[in-house]
Design a protein around this ligand. Structure first.
Ligand SMILES: [Zn+2]
Ligand SMILES: [Zn+2]
Length: 62
């Protein structure tokens, strides 16, 4: 029984982590209809890019 609850806890933890990383600060700002206020993101947007620090999964496909 201990192992079952441990597995459930691990699955819940993994799920929350992947969900959190799926939404970057910029995605959250976009969802709220705003621009991300992080200095690194503002700078990247000025250059017409998406901040790679906060959005490592995007624009990373070569
Ligand atoms: Zn951002
Ligand atoms: Zn950033």
């Amino acid at each position: 029984m201990k192992s079952i609850s441990a597995i459930i806890a691990a699955v819940v933890l993994l799920g929350s982590i992947s969900f959190a990383s799926a939404e970057s600060c910029c995605d959250k700002a976009k969802a709220a209809g705003k621009d991300c206020g992080h200095a690194c993101c503002v700078k990247a947007k000025k250059d017409g890019k998406t901040c790679e620090k906060c959005n490592p999964k995007k624009e990373d496909k070569k």
